[in-house]
Ligand binder design. Sequence first.
Ligand code: PEP
Ligand code: MN
Length: 360
Amino acid sequence: MKNSKQMKKWLDDLNLSHPLVIAGPCSAETEQQVLKIAIDLKDTDVSIFRAGIWKPRTRPGMFEGVGAIGLKWLQKVKEHTGLLTAVEVANSSHVKLAIEHGIDVLWIGARSTVSPFIVQEIADSLHGTDKIVLVKNPVNPDLSLWLGGIERLYTANIKKLGVIHRGFSTYEKSKYRNNPEWQIAIELQSKFPDLPLICDPSHIAGRRDLIFNLSQRALDLNYDGLMIETHCDPDNAWSDAAQQVTPSALIDIMKDLKIREMTIDKEEYQNQLDGYRQKIDNSDQLLLEILGKRMDVAEKIGLLKKSNNVAVLQNKRWNEILGKMIIDGESHGLSEEFILKIFKAIHQESINHQQNILNS
Ligand code: PEP
Ligand code: MN
């Protein structure tokens, strides 16, 4: 995988290729397992080897990691393959042990990012080191909690900082183990454009067949890297079996991924793009005009309801509109998900306008 994209500073300084690929098992299980995977990943586009040794399990009684002994196995990985090594840390004693064993990358897991106490403890114990630190998004879709974690590490003077997008848990069933909610990561990217953004499609997907498409999506959105769980015998892995891929499957995934250019310096491309953008701007103006007109009508309805003392919300009418729009939307190539989102927002705005009238 090659690309001329401008690297983020520390990735550049460390000469890490784009996209940065972090791979390795969900959990270190045995010395032999760790070394076998690492050797298979040597001489590929992978530059960082990951393995969880302290595992934050949602329910007790499951495999909770091999503990500090795994750090010795990771030292051997580094010796034998030259790969950088990465572990998850969740308290100051993890940080101390990881640093003592020469681990290069420490990541903060999704269940830790939710806790300002834990992140602060980790940040304090990292003060003054030059380790690479990656902050996973919190399990819940809360951008400010993620930002808070990043700020705590910035304040602790961590220079080689990055973030990992691993999706967000939801109560509703979805095809993903953790809903991607791409817009949260995009918002973070626009707030901190110099912070390397890495996608963890394994924990988003929860199943290996979705990993390629999620990875491509991340690269299309200009992510800087991927963290993909890789195991020599995925089906028998001691944790996250369904989402891990073999090293050879990972190599195939990387071979097929398309790396996009940020932009290209070609006059014809630029002219065509400018033309299309003009059309987009015109369409956006029309959308605003139409929405404004729709709200004018909603206000007239508000006046009518007020003079007849009728309630604003009419559920039957609203469900009819929504059902019809989903069907009509399909014939315009618009997904049900999009129609639901946009019409719920329009409906809410109409209600607000009507409510202002009723209460004025
Ligand atoms: C992991 O990377 O194995 C892990 C536990 O991830 P997360 O914190 O995203 O659940
Ligand atoms: Mn895992």
